[in-house]
Design a protein around this ligand. Structure first.
Ligand code: 13P
Ligand code: SF4
Length: 304
């Protein structure tokens, strides 16, 4: 903390001066998560929070699609991204043309698009979803066939939860969660009996099947806080365990984790620079933003 403290103090002072609020995803490193964030959460919670904040400036500590979602919901606010290179393998796996290809292949089927996408892709979709509401959103669609983009594994996991629907999907994946295998989990359980395994639904379905619980990043945190297992393996991004372990000394966080190189582009130094220079403001074309807002707002309304 001695290294981080001067940044934390400077960011918190400058934040007030700029009338800014920091929204941080659960995958941010502990210095950001505990030191400077005003609100932390999963993608759905951050999208909802973006509609509620009163400050004129939002600094998005997360990846680019999250900042775009905040801007789509708050076109009048300044939304700053501390590093514009913080992308996402899911967001870069599909374009609006890809959505149109899926529509042509499955005429009349609604398109449910994961928020991990660009504004163009959201604008081409009927409704968005996040990992915490995907099954609920799919179940609410008035169609037997539902197109899910772009995460093939989230789609396959939802298909198990909503067996009444035929779900078809785009072939995107998360580079962090696709690395886990069911065999890893089976072997880990053998070596560490009694470990509670908790997986994000961006993992392949055979991995999720080996887990004791699967949910969004905030769902994972709530599960561990409520259950307080003796040993927990979080099958997700590495900062998750780091962010909650101090408050849960009774839980032994075990097992390997995977780092998201995009999330890790956001550092305290870049947050300070961003507030100092008011860079980089995220812009979304007005017509695209209006259409994308409909898809995001429909999701928020259905999730209430
Ligand atoms: P959550 O919505 O569960 O926070 O997931 C976002 C994400 O990018 C996970 O990889
Ligand atoms: Fe994208 Fe995966 Fe990183 Fe989440 S963890 S931002 S889905 S690459």
């Amino acid at each position: 903390w001695a290294v981080y403290a001067p940044y934390v103090v400077a960011i918190n002072a400058l934040k007030k001066k700029r009338g800014a609020v920091i929204l941080a995803h659960n995958y941010m490193t502990p210095d950001i998560y505990h030191g400077v964030a005003d609100y932390v959460g999963d993608s759905l919670q951050l999208a909802i929070k973006a509609t509620e904040v009163e400050e004129d400036v939002i600094v998005q500590c997360g990846v680019h699609f999250m900042a775009e979602t905040s801007k789509i919901l708050n076109p009048q606010k300044i939304v700053l991204m501390p590093d514009m290179e913080a992308g996402c393998s899911l967001a870069s796996s599909i374009t609006a043309e890809g959505v149109e290809q899926m529509r042509a292949k499955y005429p009349g089927a609604p398109v449910v698009t994961y928020v991990n996408t660009t504004a163009d892709v959201k604008a081409a979709s009927d409704i968005c979803c996040t990992s915490s509401n995907a099954a609920q959103i799919v179940a609410a669609q008035d169609s037997d066939t539902v197109i899910m983009t772009p995460d093939q594994y989230l789609a396959q996991n939802v298909a198990k939860q909503v067996p009444g629907k035929k779900i078809v999907w785009w072939e995107g994946s998360c580079i962090v969660h696709e690395q886990y295998t069911a065999q890893d989990l089976i072997e880990f359980r053998e070596w560490n009996p009694g470990t509670r395994i908790i997986a994000h639904p961006e993992c392949p379905p055979d991995v999720v099947a080996e887990a004791d619980y699967s949910g969004s990043t905030s769902g994972i945190i709530s599960y561990v806080e409520n259950e307080k297992p003796e040993k927990a393996m979080l099958v997700t991004e590495c900062s998750m365990a780091s962010n909650i372990s101090d408050a849960l000394p009774e839980v032994d966080f075990v097992g390997p984790c995977n780092m998201c190189p995009f999330m890790k582009k956001i550092t305290l130094e870049k947050v300070l620079y961003s507030l100092h220079t008011m860079t980089t403001p995220v812009e979304v074309d007005k017509a695209v933003a209006e259409k994308a807002r409909l898809a995001v707002q429909r999701m928020i309304d259905l999730s209430k």
